[in-house]
Design a protein around this ligand. Structure first.
Ligand code: URA
Ligand code: SF4
Length: 193
């Protein structure tokens, strides 16, 4: 699927491909640097996101923003989006048919951003981005290479809010992400990119 940013954003904003369109207030397509080196994929919009039409702006979002800053980046320098672009009622997990209906948008976003590194926030992001069942507890911090892009499962910020003792492991993951970006940048400079 070949598309441009304006075309894609327009299509997502008007989408009625699954039942989540019936209960949403706003579509939450995603935001950030359209050519970011680092991308974050969450699960789906929550209440605050649904009200504002922007990803990760509630409590989880505040924590994510702090974690991004902690590795020396601003939110505007990364790209942030979700598996589904409309809020599942009561914040339930997206159902398989909903995720399937929405997944082409995520693929198009990855194709347009062409990030070097993708942080997968939680099990649902891993399931649909890697098409694999992953235990985040066991697999967080490991790299999965797909078509030249490095994907890392890590904790969803809402898990860190529920269970602050996981923050230490999450911080280790974020440092690995920072190191990987540095490594890729250094290799690029060697090749005159
Ligand atoms: N949780 C998510 O998975 N995504 C958001 O955008 C907000 C909370
Ligand atoms: Fe369309 Fe995705 Fe929203 Fe479903 S969740 S209506 S597929 S944009």
């Amino acid at each position: 699927m070949r598309t441009s940013w304006p075309q894609l954003m327009e299509e997502i904003s008007a989408c009625e491909k699954c039942r989540l369109c019936e209960t949403r207030t706003n579509v939450v397509p995603g935001e950030g640097d359209p050519h970011a080196k680092l991308m974050f994929i969450g699960e789906g919009p929550g209440r605050d996101e649904d009200l504002q039409g922007r990803p990760f702006v509630g409590r989880s979002g505040e924590l994510l923003t702090r974690m991004i800053r902690a590795i020396g980046l601003e939110r505007e320098q990364v790209y942030i989006c979700n598996v589904v672009k409309c809020r599942p009622p009561q914040n339930r997990n997206p159902q398989p048919d909903e995720a399937a209906a929405c997944l082409n948008y995520l693929r198009a976003q990855v194709g347009l951003v062409r990030p070097k590194v993708v942080a997968l926030l939680g099990k649902v992001a891993c399931r649909y981005a890697l098409q694999q069942e992953i235990s985040v507890m066991r697999e967080h911090g490991n790299w999965y290479e797909r078509k030249g892009i490095w994907f890392m499962p890590t904790y969803h910020p809402s898990a860190l809010l529920r269970e602050p003792s996981l923050k230490r492991a999450s911080w280790d993951d974020f440092q690995k992400i920072r190191d990987k970006l540095r490594e890729i940048e250094a290799a690029g400079e060697e090749h005159g990119e």
